[in-house]
Ligand binder design. Structure first.
Ligand SMILES: [Mg+2]
Length: 162
């Protein structure tokens, strides 16, 4: 693993992002299934289950070396990769709109996932917590549109079961 590149991806508050990744790796290292001396339980669930962000960060680190030297500029590389995936998605939507033969539901689902994954990696590279950023945006939208006053608060309270 390239420490310099890793620092660029995670630093500084990205440590929050790497926490679940480390936890998952510790679980994975528990190859005999008996738990380990750090208190990790025996692995009973598939690796990365429920933690797709940590998984894609780990995969990104592994495969990134293939694309050097371009990938050394991680932010630019990720921005271009994101644009590429948005293009793939738009092309599928275009074909659907045009009425080309074939059911593109599965392909569109896959491209949407590609877009979200690269967006998340780009956010991490810029030290942005995308969940926090989206939440801030929701409140900004609520302020901007008077007819939506209180809507976000109610939706978030309902989501949290309050
Ligand atoms: Mg794609």
């Amino acid at each position: 693993m390239d420490a310099r590149l890793t620092m660029r991806i995670y630093a500084p508050s990205g440590v929050r992002q790497i926490g679940p990744l480390r936890a998952s790796i510790e679980r994975h290292d528990d190859s005999d299934g008996a738990g380990n001396d750090r208190g990790c339980p025996p692995m009973t669930t598939p690796l990365w289950a429920g933690n797709w962000r940590a998984a894609v960060v780990a995969i990104h680190e592994k495969v990134l070396k293939k694309w050097r030297p371009w990938s050394d500029e991680d932010r630019r590389f990720l921005a271009l990769a994101l644009a590429g995936e948005v293009g793939e998605l738009a092309n599928l939507v275009k074909k659907d709109w045009r009425g080309d033969a074939g059911n593109r539901g599965k392909l569109i689902r896959e491209e949407l996932a590609d877009v979200r994954i690269y967006l998340e990696l780009l956010a991490i590279a810029h030290d942005v917590d995308l969940d926090e950023a989206c939440l801030a945006k929701v409140y900004e939208l609520q302020r901007r549109w008077p007819e939506a006053a209180g809507v976000a608060d109610r939706a978030l309270r309902e989501e949290e079961g309050q």
